[in-house]
Design a protein around this ligand. Structure first.
Ligand code: C2E
Ligand code: MG
Ligand code: MG
Length: 568
């Protein structure tokens, strides 16, 4: 303990110093107020003993200065007054002194006062520390559900790992929770979250062999986590996770509404799949991320391939911009053939990406990533422009009676720019509008039927053709087919593949062709690989086909040779 003595009278100062040092205190001596203040700032004493009457800066000035300085504002101060003048004492106490002693003071008196002040100050410090810890803890508790927040939950996970050889973690995300907030208000949403917290707490208290380190936390807006300490067995984890999902799927009755809500879950195990609390949390979240697209109420257990997939899509995401800018992307063309005549009547433009280290990356992998990041808009513009320019070039070379089909992503439908883009592409390439075909998918209607219709009609008004791609794999709603201003329908290769073996697929294909014809649409079968498949399609009066039987998608210089036609 360090004590600063401010006293201008040397003998008194030395006497005080001697008495205190005898008791084991470290003493810093100052001969006036200014000297004392300068030393206090640097040496940070645990207590200050100060005379009142001193040159340069008196005791009051020193108290005022110490209290005003952040580093010394709470240091205990004992005044030494020559006479027990009440007014003197009052003035000092008002400025912030904690106690006073009258000079000359006896040894016991001095030590008693010093000890009392030091003790009080340290217990005050402890109380402040405790208060600080408590507020920090409170800040980590989610006020809505009274569950630990993300940081605190991670700490709890850490201590579970310290005390148990195995720990299982379950991350939960409520399916479609945003809809509840949107349609019924956040007040109802809050009550649902609270109820979810309650159910999780209740269940975790009920399972066989609960431990002190089991924990439930709210780790995000609509995300919760359950730590199961002492559990390292996949079967038990699966059993508990299934039970958690079952309980969360029970109807919620809030403010007179009965709500049906499910949760999806991702799980991970320590030490089998993660070597720290942090990794365990990230892995379970990664598994949850995979569970979400699998549909409401899904449960996915983490496996190491997930992280590799995540890393790969991150890399693709990061490098797509460069690929487009550096010309690593190419458009390949797959010919479309008239089944009756064998003539090539069109091409489908298909994106290709050759990556320096990853090799060829399929559009089925990078298009969804491009959709998420939004770069699909630039990508789509570039493909449409490149393909139209290619078609225009073939036209000037004397090839006639063909269309160029370009795939459109859902995102390109969401904005209002599509008709303007199409007009701009036609304008700059000089391609006759009827030679450009836009391939759309049924999922675009998920955005909004009204705006989809408006966009389709606006494109149609420019004179381009419209084809429904991958028909049969999505919603395949007849209502859409009737409403949309389509020219052609493409039967997905999933059906074509089995038409000669599977009576079901054959029947569906027959029905699709008949229905499309009744709406006046041309039918294009995708993925035709064998002569038998082609014969079957010919029998159905399907107009066109596209597939490896004739040609794979190939670069422009090879595609142009296809104009010779299919003479199978
Ligand atoms: P899609 O539009 O249905 O394209 C047909 C896919 O079937 C192409 O795959 C094509 O290579 C493949 N294919 C063609 N004939 C056969 C066959 O006989 N057998 C088999 N097994 N497959 C065949 P690809 O090129 O990998 O494209 C996959 C999907 O990626 C496309 O499906 C399309 O949805 C999307 N895509 C490709 N390029 C673009 C693009 O420029 N923009 C957008 N938005 N999407 C694109
Ligand atoms: Mg297509
Ligand atoms: Mg298709």
């Amino acid at each position: 303990m360090r004590i600063l003595i401010a006293e201008d009278e040397p003998s008194l100062r030395e006497n005080l110093q001697w008495m205190l040092e005898l008791e084991g205190y470290e003493v810093v001596a100052a001969c006036d107020g200014q000297d004392a203040y300068a030393k206090a700032k640097i040496q940070k004493p645990d207590l200050v003993l100060t005379d009142v009457m001193m040159p340069l800066l008196d005791g009051y000035g020193l108290i005022r200065a110490l209290r005003a300085n952040a580093g010394t504002s709470t240091v205990p101060i004992i005044m030494l007054t020559a006479k027990a003048d009440r007014a003197d004492v009052r003035a000092g106490m008002n400025l912030g002194a904690d106690d006073y002693l009258t000079k000359p003071c006896r040894r016991e008196e001095l030590l008693e006062a010093v000890q009392a002040r030091l003790q009080r100050s340290s217990s005050l410090e402890q109380a402040a520390q405790r208060l600080q810890n408590e507020t920090r803890y409170a800040m980590q508790i989610d006020t809505l559900t009274a569950l630990p927040g993300r940081d605190l939950f991670e700490q709890q996970l850490e201590s579970a790992i310290e005390h148990h050889s195995g720990v299982a973690l379950l991350c939960l995300g409520l399916d479609g929770f945003a809809k509840i907030n949107e349609s019924l208000g956040t007040g109802v949403g809050d009550l649902v979250l609270r109820e979810v917290g309650k159910r999780l707490n209740l269940y975790s208290a009920q399972w066989i062999q609960p431990t002190a380190h089991d924990a439930v936390g709210r780790i995000g807006g609509d995300q919760f986590a359950v730590c199961m300490a002492g559990l390292d067995h996949e079967d038990t984890l699966h059993h508990r996770a299934t039970e958690v999902l079952r309980r969360l799927a029970q109807p919620y009755v809030v403010n007179g509404h009965t709500l049906f809500l499910t949760a999806s879950a991702g799980s991970s195990l320590y030490p089998a799949q993660a070597d720290s609390a942090h990794a365990l949390l990230l892995n379970a979240e990664s598994a949850l991320h995979h569970a979400k697209p699998a549909g409401p109420g899904s449960l996915v257990h983490f496996d190491a391939a997930m992280n590799r997939r995540v890393a790969r899509s991150l890399q693709i995401h990061n490098e797509l911009h460069h690929a487009l800018a550096q010309g690593d992307l190419q458009v390949f063309y797959q010919p479309q053939v008239n089944i009756q005549s064998g003539n090539v009547v069109g091409f489908e433009a298909l994106l290709r990406w050759h990556h320096a280290t990853l090799g060829w990356i399929s559009p089925t992998e990078f298009i969804p990533i491009a959709e998420q990041s939004g770069i699909i808009v630039q990508l789509g513009q570039w493909v449409m422009h490149t393909a139209a320019a290619q078609a225009a070039q073939w036209l000037t070379q004397g090839h006639r009676n063909f269309r160029m089909a370009v795939n459109l992503s859902v995102r390109q439908f969401a904005g209002k720019e599509l008709p303007a883009l199409v007009a701009q592409v036609l304008n700059s390439t000089g391609l006759p509008p009827a030679m450009l075909e836009l391939e759309v998918t049924e999922s675009m209607a998920l955005q909004s039927v009204a705006s989809t219709l408006a966009t389709l009609h606006a494109c149609k008004a420019l004179g381009v053709k419209l084809a429904m791609d991958d028909f049969g794999t999505g919603y395949s709603s007849l209502a859409y087919l009737k409403q949309y201003p389509l020219d052609a329908l493409k039967i997905d290769q999933a059906f074509t593949r089995n038409i000669t073996q599977d009576v079901g697929d054959a029947a569906i294909t027959r029905a699709i062709v008949a229905m499309a014809h009744s709406f006046g649409l041309t039918v294009i079968a995708e993925g035709v690989e064998t002569a038998e498949q082609l014969d079957f399609l010919r029998g159905l009066h399907c107009e066109e086909f596209q597939g490896y039987l004739f040609s794979k998608p190939v670069p422009a210089d090879e595609a142009v040779k296809c104009f010779a036609g299919f003479r199978g």
